[in-house]
Design a protein around this ligand. Structure first.
Ligand code: SF4
Length: 252
């Protein structure tokens, strides 16, 4: 089938008639070229200019970071935004910082990542059954994108949600990702659930259109170093995702 393009709500471009992979690639191309948020673009460039002692001599990616993973994923992970010296440095979601160690470590335990360590964009790591997205694609000061910046960036999440047809569990990491999911869902044409579900760690909500929303605390250092999120809690979230997707428990 030839590709055709429609303009959805809020002028969001949706491409049809081609596979999830080519749409995911098209979204990635658009993300990397994006310059809608001057404050964030300047911040990412400044982080790259100043660098960090531990990464001296490295060339930072310093561009918007596209989603990463399997176009046939059953698990869609939605994070907050690239880490200043993590994904903003390496160019791949959750790659090169402590949050990424938590995420890829668990994805590997679940058989969804080829390695527990995600170090560089070209380290050969692959995901199978999982895709990682985010509410914002540029590292924000203090990990806090503005509402306007989140609104600018949501188009990419919407397009990924539309393209990833096999997703059964949407795992949102933190309240900002939780809110981004509900707004994206509404802009995809699904009416709000009433009352709207509340964010809560390990809380799940069946969605009328099929599949489930599962929430978790973000594996940020602020949460993991204070014990707000423990390894046991983190593992339990992914075990729950597996159960919600109808996949049997891990063979340990
Ligand atoms: S945060 Fe999103 S919308 Fe804003 S410049 Fe980065 S990629 Fe573009």
């Amino acid at each position: 089938m030839d590709e055709f393009v429609t303009t959805g709500k809020k002028g969001i471009i949706q491409r049809h008639g081609h596979g999830a992979m080519s749409e995911i690639e098209a979204i990635a191309t658009d993300v990397i070229a994006c310059g809608r948020c001057p404050r964030l673009r300047a911040h990412c460039a400044e982080i790259a200019r100043v660098g960090k002692k531990a990464h001296r001599g490295e060339t930072y990616w310093a561009r918007p970071v596209p989603g990463f993973g399997d176009p046939e994923a059953w698990l869609l992970v939605i994070g907050l935004a690239p880490g200043a010296h993590g994904a903003n440095r390496t160019g791949r979601m959750f790659t090169g910082d402590r949050s990424g160690e938590w995420l890829y470590g668990e994805l590997h335990r679940q058989g969804l990542a080829s390695s527990p360590r995600s170090v560089r964009r070209d380290d050969g790591l692959t995901l199978r059954g999982a895709y990682i997205s985010a509410a914002a694609r540029c590292a924000p000061p203090d990990n806090k994108p503005t509402l306007e910046e989140l609104n600018h960036c949501r188009e990419y999440l919407i397009r990924e949600m539309a393209a990833l047809h096999g997703v059964r569990v949407r795992l949102v990491l933190g309240r900002i990702a939780f809110d981004a999911f509900w707004k994206a869902r509404r802009e995809l044409g699904f009416p709000d659930m009433k009352p709207r579900p509340e964010f809560g760690h390990a809380r799940s909500v069946p969605l009328p259109e099929g599949g489930v929303l599962l929430s978790s605390y973000h594996p940020s250092q602020q949460n993991t170093s204070t014990g707000k999120l423990t390894p046991r809690m983190w593992r339990a979230v992914f075990d729950k995702a597996r159960a919600l997707a109808g996949i049997g428990p891990l063979a340990l």
